[in-house]
Design a protein around this ligand. Structure first.
Ligand code: NAD
Length: 402
């Protein structure tokens, strides 16, 4: 698929939380970065005619439809951007790839390994015809995370021994919080594990260049039954009021696992929606033979770096303010010290995607890389089901992260 007049006409499916974040990025990306193609926000899809019309107007889309098949099959659409829950990722992505479209699909890639395998295979076939695909692990595009990867790739941490990663939220501590789609396995695939655990799996593998080879896991569902929702979108929802009917929570509320990485590191991971007081605390610390780095998403302009090759008397964690023009992604933004935020990770994601598509290279993370994350999620679930027994991650054909 080639770009039309250096224009990529984007069709986006789903317009709520991620739809809004992606819209913001599509609106911004060509105004900030000088790119070989220009994204045009051509068409947005949602199921409710009134709401999708309103969303198109509010978010800046030229046209709207209630039928994702129409969007996928329209000859004037170049890119299909999937921002729906996991139960529709495979169906939409497979149809888009079959129609020769470039595809950007939100994470986790799918709800099952079988779906993810089919999607990775379809992406490989479509790639032969020039269609590119990518999964939306946007935290790779936080400049401090990209800097962490550079430091590790440059050998500044030496041999990596420890990876410590947590992703902590608290939005369902209240047992009266309703049974939104994220708490129903048939829609979401899994709970905290696939929703936020997938992010720290991808991020740590990306920055270390190592793959998780085996895991031992525990998962728990603390609140097993919840009121049915009146209406929900994103992470916000309301129950139907007192006496509302209830339903079963069919996913994990929390997942904790230890892991081995194939480069020799030991790792611990914790993903939970029950960390009372923690809102979106994605934190990673990595210790190597020559140094350490630490990152906290809630302070995303900063990276802590300890250089153990310095004289002992001068050592200590340095707080690098990651806002210099020579830091990844930042030359196009503001003067040093003028910080950026959460939404910029999506603008950076679109920047990398557009550049890859327009120059005919494969963006990363590819569907094959996202399949490998899915295999880790699957190993965690199987281990937890087997009383935490050690479980190898099935090998995938994914190449090392680009
Ligand atoms: N990258 C990130 O940091 C991040 C953050 C949140 C969510 N996500 C992922 O993004 C995806 C969407 O999550 P969200 O939080 O935006 O959910 P959401 O509930 O806020 O929005 C989902 C949207 O999909 C639409 N939708 C659902 N089924 C549809 C269908 N069959 N046809 C057309 N539209 C349909 C809904 O109407 C809604 O607009 C999920 O895969 C989730 O895991 C990623």
């Amino acid at each position: 698929m080639s770009t039309t007049n250096n224009e990529l006409r984007v069709g986006m499916v789903g317009y709520a939380f991620m739809g809004a974040a992606h819209s913001q990025a599509w609106r911004t990306v060509n105004r900030v970065y000088d790119l070989p193609a220009r994204a045009r926000m051509a068409l947005v899809c949602g199921r409710d005619p009134g709401k999708v019309a309103d969303a198109a107007d509010r978010l800046g889309w030229e046209e709207h439809t209630t039928d994702w098949r129409e969007l996928v099959n329209r000859p004037d659409i170049d890119v299909v951007d999937i921002c729906t829950p996991g139960d529709s990722h495979a169906e939409i992505a497979l149809a888009a790839l079959a129609a020769g479209k470039h595809v950007l699909c939100e994470k986790p890639l799918a709800n099952t390994v079988a779906e993810a395998r089919e999607m990775a295979a379809a992406a490989a076939t479509a790639q032969a015809g020039g269609a590119r695909s990518m999964c939306g692990f946007n935290y790779r595009r936080v400049p401090a995370v990209a800097l962490m990867r550079q430091l590790i790739a440059d050998g500044r941490l030496g041999e990596i021994r420890h990876v410590r990663a947590v992703y902590l939220q608290d939005w369902i501590v209240d047992p009266q919080f309703p049974l939104v789609w994220r708490l129903r396995k048939e829609v979401s695939g899994s709970g905290a594990l696939g929703d936020i655990g997938a992010h720290i799996i991808d991020l740590t593998q990306y920055v270390t260049g190592q793959r998780i080879s085996g895991v031992s896991a525990v998962t728990e569902t603390f609140v097993k039954e919840r009121p049915l929702p009146a209406e929900s979108s994103g992470l916000a929802a309301q129950a139907d009021g007192a006496g509302a009917a209830t339903g079963q929570v069919t996913v994990d509320d929390a997942a904790i696992f230890v892991a081995r990485l194939d480069g020799g590191a030991l790792a611990t991971y914790e993903a939970t929606r029950f960390a009372t007081g923690r809102k979106n605390a994605l934190r990673v610390e990595i210790n190597g033979s020559l140094g350490s780095v630490a990152f906290d998403l809630e302070r995303l302009n900063e990276l802590e770096f300890l250089d153990a090759t310095r004289p002992a008397a001068e050592q200590g964690f340095n707080r690098i303010l990651v806002t210099e023009a020579e830091h990844p992604y930042l030359s196009a933004w503001w003067p040093p010290g003028h910080i950026i935020g959460y939404e910029h990770s999506f603008t950076h994601q679109m920047r990398d995607f557009i550049e890859a598509v327009a120059t005919g290279v494969d963006p990363s993370p590819s569907f094959a890389e996202a399949l490998q994350v899915q295999l880790v999620l699957d190993a965690v679930t199987r281990s937890a089901d087997l009383g935490s027994s050690w479980t190898e991650v099935e090998p995938s054909l994914a190449t090392a992260a680009a």
